[in-house]
Design a binder for this molecule. Structure first.
Ligand SMILES: [Fe+2]
Length: 162
């Protein structure tokens, strides 16, 4: 499955020392090798929308594969036009970097004096990864990948309302 995406792998500005099919092929999930995965992802996104109480329906608008070799990282960014975004881990060693999801609460804290970090005011949360894990999050949520010790290959996607 991963090898089907490799012809479109190129360096990408956000992925330091890594490669991506982003902007090279709009929909990696439309390759026949990804058909089963695409169907499963659609189902998981529907479950996510139900869990967050949304009545909206979405569809995948673009999808891509990122390769992060050891020592590579991905800069902090968001997928602003996406409703639900997802990352599915095609390959990930146990010592790989997590996915770092950032809170947007800082802008609402105003002049609150924060004396210490707690579970309720953290500026980000690291989500551990493993092969086969799917992480879904709102497209507006900023995220990054700290410099990784082990190689990781992920399929990412964005969705829009239908
Ligand atoms: Fe991203």
């Amino acid at each position: 499955m991963i090898s089907a995406a490799e012809p479109w792998a190129r360096p990408h500005a956000l992925t330091v020392q890594g490669q991506s099919t982003y902007a090279q092929r709009r929909q990696i999930l439309e390759l026949p090798e990804f058909h089963k995965l695409h169907t499963w992802l659609d189902s998981e996104v529907s479950t996510y929308l139900d869990l967050v109480g949304s009545v909206n329906k979405v569809t995948v608008i673009n999808s891509w594969v990122n390769w992060n070799p050891p020592e590579s990282s991905t800069d902090r960014h968001s997928h602003q036009l996406s409703r639900v975004s997802g990352v599915f881990y095609l390959e990930a060693e146990p010592w790989c970097s997590p996915l770092r999801l950032y809170s947007n609460q800082r802008q609402f804290q105003g002049y609150d004096f924060i004396s210490r970090e707690t579970d309720y005011n953290q500026q980000y949360r690291d989500i551990g990864i493993c092969r086969g894990r799917l992480i879904l999050f709102p497209g507006w949520m900023e995220h990054s990948v700290p410099k990784t010790a082990g190689p990781r290959t992920v399929l990412s996607f964005n969705t829009v309302f239908v």
